[in-house]
Design a protein around this ligand. Structure first.
Ligand code: SF4
Ligand code: SF4
Length: 412
């Protein structure tokens, strides 16, 4: 697409990157069919091509309005369009740049600003979030149904094995996951322990930075990234083999640390090394598949019908497809068909809180798709999707949902 960037942006790093991405788009429209918001709303401006056009207009110096902001806000950042695009348009990077610029030009209403500030400050603070969650659980019976069904049940983490192996890997504990589902990383530690790998958590690490990143606050996001790098660095230097992430949404963020801090004189090299060490937990376990099959061969066979929800961050962001499904099959599970598996469940970070109507429509469609094969269990790979889908399943059935690594842990 021919693009003539305005003087105010064309010589900046963001302008050059956005210009390069825009020029790759040939306006073919293949991406429209796989965009969840276009599917729901049928408006070209709520499609990838339409949003690209809106961002192009802004970058070429045309006036930006709240309408531009609305269509960019409605985007889930699911990156389904990237998977479909035959020209390799990096829509995810473009929309990050576009949103940040629109935020500066259009601003937010007072109420919207307060909501975003609360989300940005409350969610990444595990202690604060834990207190809120405990209060919510205690008051669940008297809360309105819509709110009550968003509060996940308390999960027992069980025993975490003490580090004992020569091989060790770091794990990202994250922010909301330790409060909502501490069992996921403990189950991961048990599985890796059986595979001869000790999982270590660095005490000072926390939120991966995705929440402020998606709320258009790069400074705050970079502060979280640097805190994690500082916390992990002694372990990296001591030879930690990998940085394991069990929430694919956080994984996409850690995978991009090197890119996000590429212009930071102090952190660029460290960030690049941290991203190179990043592994989704599925990649770590799949690399040990020979050992895993011996262990699974010794385990009691149980055949469970599972519907696997592959999060957008896993299939479109990290481009990891079929790996978890293969591991679940190896563990003796039968995977049920999930129609439209490429579509987002509507969780998408803070999207379910900021765009509740669209999010609920996507959730309702996803629950129907997941339940269509009559599974005994739904499994997924990201805490945000897990909590969001659980709220939909609670409303429609009693099908449980778990992180897939818990299924492997249980088998072992
Ligand atoms: S599929 Fe790719 S090239 Fe075609 S319109 Fe969409 S983003 Fe542009
Ligand atoms: S990221 Fe998802 S919601 Fe946004 S334009 Fe692409 S496909 Fe549509």
């Amino acid at each position: 697409m021919q693009t003539n960037l305005a003087d105010w942006i064309k010589d900046t790093p963001e302008g050059q990157e956005a210009g390069d991405i825009l020029r790759k788009c040939v306006h073919c429209g293949f991406c429209l069919a796989t965009c969840p918001t276009y599917n729901l709303l049928g408006d070209e401006l709520d499609s990838p091509r339409g949003r690209i056009y809106l961002m192009k207009q802004m970058l070429e110096g045309e006036p930006v309005t709240e309408k531009t902001q609305l269509h960019l806000d409605r985007c889930l950042s699911c990156r389904s369009c990237e998977t479909t695009c035959p020209s390799g348009v990096q829509y995810g990077r473009l929309v990050d740049i576009g949103r940040e610029l629109v935020e500066k030009k259009v601003g937010r209403s007072f109420a919207e600003g307060v909501k975003r500030t609360v989300l940005k400050n409350a969610l990444p603070q595990t202690a604060l979030f834990s207190v809120g969650l405990a209060v919510g659980r205690a008051m669940k019976a008297i809360l309105p149904t819509a709110l009550a069904k968003k509060i996940p049940a308390k999960r027992d983490a069980g025993m975490r094995p003490a580090p004992r192996h020569a091989r060790n890997m770091l794990v990202l504990e994250g922010c909301v996951q330790p409060a909502m589902a501490p069992n996921i990383n403990v189950a991961t530690a048990r599985v890796l322990d059986r595979l001869g790998i000790s999982l270590i958590a660095a005490a000072q690490a926390g939120c991966c930075g995705a929440i402020p990143h998606h709320l258009n606050d790069p400074q705050e996001s970079h502060a979280f990234i640097k805190r994690n790098i500082d916390a992990w660095w002694p372990y990296v230097e001591a030879g930690a083999e990998a940085i394991v992430v069990t929430a694919s949404g956080c994984g996409t963020m850690v995978a991009e640390y090197g890119y996000l801090l590429r212009n930071d004189a102090t952190y660029a090299e460290k960030a690049r090394r941290v991203s190179a060490l990043f592994r989704d937990v599925s990649q770590v376990i799949a690399a040990e598949s020979a050992k895993l099959s011996i262990l699974l061969g010794e385990a009691k066979p149980v055949r469970t019908r599972i519907a696997f929800h592959s999060p957008c961050s896993l299939q479109h962001g990290l481009k990891i497809r079929g790996v978890v499904e293969g591991l679940l099959r190896d563990a003796g599970c039968e995977l049920t068909a999930v129609p439209d598996g490429h579509l987002c469940c509507g969780s998408a970070g803070t999207y379910s809180l900021l765009q509740p109507e669209l999010s609920q429509q996507l959730l309702a469609n996803k629950v129907v798709a997941l339940e269509s094969g009559a599974p005994q269990l739904v499994a997924t790979a990201n805490i945000g999707c897990l909590a969001h889908i659980e709220s939909g399943l609670n409303a429609s059935s009693s099908t449980p949902i778990r992180h897939w690594v818990e299924v492997i842990d249980e088998r072992l």
